[in-house]
Write a protein that binds this ligand. Sequence first.
Ligand code: TXA
Ligand code: MG
Length: 370
Amino acid sequence: MNPLTTRYLGPDEVESVASILTHGGIVALPTETVYGLAGNAFSGECALKIFKAKERPSFDPLITHVSEKLLSGRGGVLNALVEAGVIDRSTIAWRTAPQVERLIHTFWPGPLTLILPRGSKIPDEVTSGSPRVGVRMPEHVLFQKVLSLTGFPLAAPSANRFGRISPTTASHVRAELDGRIDAVLDGGPCSVGVESTIVSLEESDHGTLIATLLRPGKISRAALELALGIPVGDGVGLGEKNQKIAAPGMLDQHYAPVKPLFLYPGPFPSRTVLDSWIRKLGLNGTPAFLCQHLKSSECLDPEDLRSVLTPEADPETAARALFSALRSLDEDAAVDFILAELPENTEEGLSAAIADRLNRASVNKPLLKR
Ligand code: TXA
Ligand code: MG
C-alpha cells in the first residue's frame, strides 16, 4: 500500500476535514462510541478506500452516518431518509413507521444503528451488496459539524485495522491507520467507549414490526422494547432464519488483542485459584489481569500487572475504559497473556456490550470455569 501523509487535525479544523471528504478523501472522526473512519456514503470509490485502509473483507458492510438535521424534517425522519436516498420504502410497507419513528426520536442522535431497506443513493460497496443498510445518527458534536458541512452522509466503520481493538482516542487511530488515511480529527476520548447497539427492523407479511438485536451496546434490549412496544429478538451472531451473519462485527473473532486473552466469569477468585487455572491452561510467562472493578482486584498480589476498568462497579466508566485497557495490556512488553474478568450482571446494556466484546476478543481460548 502506498503510504499517505496522514494529517492530524484539531477540533477547530472541521472545515479542512469537510474539504478532504468532499474531495473523496477518508478521515477518522470521533463519535460518542468509538472513532470511525469516514468517507462519502454515496461514493463506491470512497467505500473501497475505507475497506483497503482497514484491510477489511469486502463482505462486511459499513454503517451510514446521517445528520441530525433530518430530525426536524416535517414528514418524519423515515421520510427524510427516503428523500435523501439513504433508505427505501419499497421493501417495507411502513405501516409500522410510527413505531420506528418513536424509536428514532427516543435514541437519535445517539449510539443506535438501525438496519433498514437500502436507498437508491447508497452503492453496493457500502452495504457489501446487501439490500439493507445500517443507519446511525451520531451524537458527537464534531461529527455532526462535519456532516452539516459536507451535506452528504458518511460511511464509517470503526477506525481500526480489521479484527483489531476499536480506537477510543486519536492516538489509538494513529497506531492503527497512520499512513493509510488522509487525516484524523482529534476530539479527545470517546464518551461511551463501545460501539453502537445494532437493531435490524423488518415488517412481517402481516404488517407487524420484527426487531432483532444484532450487537449489544449502551442502549439495552429493555430500553428498545420499551420504545418499540414489542419484544426484541436475539440475533447476536445470527442473521435471518437463524443463519450465521457473514459480517465480522458479528463474527466470533473480533476486537482482538494480539496476545492470548482468557476469560473468567467474574468475580475473580483468590490468586491461588487463578494460579491453578493458569497451570491447567499450560500458560507460561507473566499474566496481566483485567479487572472489572477495584474490589475484584483485591485478590491480586501488589506486584501483579493489572488494569482496573472502574473504581466502583459502574458500567459506564468500565465501557469507556475497556478498549484502552486492552490496548495498553497488549502493548506492554512485560505481559505475555491476559486474564479478563467478565462482568457479573450482563442484563444491563453496557455490561452486555462489555461481555460481548471480551467474548469476541478471546475466541478459541478456553473460557475459565469457576
Ligand atoms: O458505534 C458504531 O457503530 C461505530 C461508530 C464509528 O459509528 N461503528 C462501527 O462500525 O462499529 P463497524 O463497521 O466497526 O461495525 C458495524 C457492523 C459491521 O460489522 C456489520 O456487521 C454491521 O455493523 N452492519 C452494517 N451494515 C449492515 C447491514 N446492512 N446488515 C447487517 N449488518 C450490518
Ligand atoms: Mg468495528
